[in-house]
Design a protein around this ligand. Sequence first.
Ligand code: GLY
Length: 371
Amino acid sequence: MWNLAMEDAVAKTRSNIGRFGPLFPHVSNNDVYALNDNRAWTAGFWPGMLWLCYEYTKDETFLTAARNTTESFRDRLAQRKALNTHDIGFLYTLSAKAHWIVLEDEFAKQMTIDAADLLLARFRPQTGIIQAWGSEGDEEYGGRMIIDCMMNLPLLYWASEITGDRRYSDAAVQHADKSRRFLIRGDDSSYHTFYFNRETGDAIRGGTHQGYADGSTWTRGQAWGIYGFALSYRYTRNPLYLETSLRMARYFLERLPEDFVAYWDFDAPVNADTKRDSSASAITVCGILELLGHLPIDHAERDFLEDGVHCSMTGLIRHYSTIGKPDAQGLLERGSYSVRGGASPDDYMIWGDYYYMEALMRLEQGHPAYW
Ligand code: GLY
């Protein structure tokens, strides 16, 4: 089943090369992807899909398209275009770093290190966090961390490995430790965001930006945590990170509805109109596959986790994929960007498509992903 789904995903990605041209997809409106000139936080996911398709097919069409995106990312970095954000990790891991991994291209490697420098500059020693949004000293955002940032840390760990300079991984570890302590609650659920006093570093409170309520668990945030902590374990071998990923995964899987695809927030009241976030389930599958790769073969929860992966992927393929709709632009229906903010509930999201494809590549080929 995974290979048929992957073939379908590759065919749609091939069609999208012509549709998207030099632009980058974000989320859809009426089933048509909104495109931008590489200024959204999501621009890395399209190159990530092109590199995966190239590795799967060895077809030069994907290689040429993927290489072209690196040029766009070079310009974005040179111009500092919309890079006042922690999303530098999402952006440059799946573009320049993937290019380096696949082709061992030295220029792409240096670009990735330069991007890591920019991310490192967002580390705030007073709070021990990487500032998610806004400029240093910003009244609203200055002392604020968000769980999504766990997925940006691998860029820093990698930069330390490749340069031998520990400043990157030291910052990543401090941020991961702070995330573990303040974003993950005692019952293994998570805050989306946490505020600190930006001058003293004192903890203030947890909250949300895209979830149902300050104390609720936004499913995509939980997914970012599952995957992000598993990746922090990959680079540091700190068993606390692996344990955190496992506990968050358990929380996620135990709260899935009948078709095994998550609603947008675990605490949102469920009725016929409650939105899903298929992307949260796709991210979680990738995160659990990463986690499984680090657990002992006889781990007591291996069957539970493998079953969770199987049911989630089967649910996505059968009920949320666009298999059987050959002209569709997206791969996964019913993602939700921000139900709370009224942004794109029930649309294609390029990151949902990306993680769905990454999950298929992991399942079909044991691909380790570019993180
Ligand atoms: N990282 C932004 C989001 O998950 O919507």
